[in-house]
Design a protein around this ligand. Structure first.
Ligand code: PLP
Length: 403
């Protein structure tokens, strides 16, 4: 069984906090081992990775390469060269969109879904607008799931790429990534997966998804800020042009500049070695816990919050399903989510209200925005109970004030 107390014990920032943190879909708290790895690297191991032959440079290069291999194993990739470090999921998706922008024509289309975070919407919208190409959006069914029949109709021989989220940051809804990737491949298109909300709860496997690209940010899976991943299937690496030009990504032969192979080709400039090393420490920590048990635990907290609050009147759960990841989006009859958020903030709860950088799903499911509760394995039943009580109380108070 998942030992939530030993998981929680690894997070001093949680244990010593005066706040109750339920904003995990925005960013996760950090385990002590990750903070220590960051500080150890800067304190005693810093060198310029990929540059120079001095001992610290070589040590940093080896640590950076080892971190890349950790990420490779984490997502089931075949080769380190398939792992490109970026500054985050947004960066990864912008890089991919910039590359696809060169290939888009007026005849072609990109397919995304109505569950996307803006990071997997706006780069494609912009690329399609610039190229005069079509951006197609797989719509939602009334329950907040993707309309898979519509997906089948939208993905066609002119689709260059399908780019879909594995899980919604608004509702926690999981998508059938494999089925969508299969549809893309059958139409001759490539398939990209935004795993940003998926990775904190389920270890992604690029072989199970059969995706060509996969992106996520380290900070959402208990790792450092400023580090992200762009996985690219080996056979497609040569089809991607370098995204950035600068130091460390090319060689010069007789006046000719020749880009290096991946990953150097895509990682111009000084690397975030501290971040990569600290992320490897995070992944090592996570490997000590069974992911399935961890998810069962957070789902049990999510179930408790759902069943307690949905029993009361005037509270709606948006796109909820028990199979979702433990992310709950709520609206209230007669009360705005941001007022509840504000009241709860004053009582030490960290939640999030608004549109959650998710214009597409919010406009379809809850145009006025929602209050989001996102649960992590360091949250406790006691915290969930206090949260339920505080939300119900805040709602009643705000309703009474209106009368
Ligand atoms: N994709 C999803 C589903 C997200 O939830 C987020 C952030 O909330 C992002 C992409 C962007 O992540 P970042 O801001 O770390 O680049």
């Amino acid at each position: 069984m998942f030992d939530s107390m030993s998981f929680r014990a690894a997070f001093s920032s949680v244990i010593n906090s005066d706040f109750v943190y339920f904003d995990n879909a925005a960013t996760a708290q950090k385990p002590d081992c990750m903070v220590k790895a960051l500080s150890d690297y800067y304190g005693s191991a810093l060198g310029s990775a990929g540059r120079g032959q001095n001992p610290l440079s070589e040590k940093a290069s080896a640590a950076y390469a080892a971190a890349r291999r950790s990420v490779m194993r984490f997502i089931g990739a075949a080769k380190p060269s398939e792992i490109i470090f970026t500054t985050g999921a947004t960066d990864s998706l912008n890089m991919l969109a910039a590359s696809y922008r060169r290939r888009l024509t007026k005849k072609s289309n990109i397919v995304i879904s109505a569950l996307e975070h803006n990071a997997n919407y706006l780069p494609w919208k912009n690329a399609c607008e610039e190229a005069g190409a079509e951006l197609r959006i797989i719509e939602l069914l009334a329950d907040g799931s993707l309309d898979m029949d519509a997906a089948r109709r939208l993905i066609d021989e002119n689709t260059l790429l399908l780019s879909v989220t594995a899980a919604s940051n608004l509702t926690g809804r999981l998508t059938d990534v494999r089925a969508l990737c299969d549809m893309a491949h059958e139409a001759g298109a490539a398939a990209a997966v935004d795993a940003s909300q998926y990775v904190p709860h389920i270890a992604p496997d690029v072989n199970v998804f059969d995706c060509d690209y996969l992106v996520f940010s380290a900070h959402k899976v208990y790792g450092p800020e400023g580090l992200g991943v762009l996985y690219c299937r080996e056979s497609l690496l040569d089809t991607l042009a370098p995204f950035r030009y600068g130091g460390g990504m090319a060689e010069e032969h007789g006046g000719n500049i020749i880009p290096l192979p991946s990953p150097e080709r895509f990682e111009a400039g000084t690397h975030h070695v501290a971040g990569a090393v600290a992320f490897a420490a995070t992944l090592d920590f996570l490997s000590g816990f069974d992911a399935g048990e961890k998810l069962a635990y957070t789902r049990s907290l999510s179930d408790y919050v759902y069943s307690s609050l949905s029993a009361g009147r005037g509270i709606n759960f948006i796109g909820h399903s028990r199979e979702n990841l433990p992310v709950l989006s709520l609206t209230f009859e007669g009360v705005s989510p941001s007022d509840i958020d504000l009241m709860l903030s004053m009582r030490g709860f960290c939640l999030r209200s608004g549109k959650h950088c998710a214009f597409l799903p919010v406009s379809r499911l809850a145009a006025g925005g929602t209050l989001r509760i996102s649960i992590a394995p360091y949250n406790t039943p006691d915290e969930a109970e206090k949260l339920v009580f505080a939300i119900a109380e805040a709602k009643e108070y705000l309703l009474r004030k209106k009368i």
